[in-house]
Design a protein around this ligand. Sequence first.
Ligand code: FES
Length: 164
Amino acid sequence: MAKKASSPNLSRRDFSKIVMAFLGSIMGAFVGLPIIGYIISPALKTQKIDDWVSLGALDGYPIGTPKLFSFTRTKVNGWERTTNSFGVFVLRKSASDLVVLSNVCTHLSCRVKWIEENQAYVCPCHDAEFGIEGKVLYGPPPRPMDEYEFKIEDGNILIHLTEG
Ligand code: FES
């Protein structure tokens, strides 16, 4: 007596369930993935600062004495919002010749101050001194003060601020 070959028995109802589950998964992916992308995309974005910052009128800066200008910039990385403060010394060497220096010490990033009687920028952290154009005079800083690129437009000083 010959044996009857057994075949998998898939009922119509089971077949419908499998097809519906498959179609449901595809539709879920079409609807769900853009929503997930929308929710997590801010976390994947980092903002770079690349901006020209106005320091005001050139005539507002005296010739021969550095003057401090302070400003803040806000940067958004993902859901994090950070506001940084910046300080720059503008030294007007002549009517139109300038040096614009960061007030951040190149040793360990303390803020330097211009001390008139020393004719130097002095760092309070490790007593370093920089000359009027930012050259290291004394102390541990490995390099001169950082200089900003600048331009003068309509009598105003603008510096190029970049930060990754
Ligand atoms: S941080 Fe300025 S000398 Fe050390």
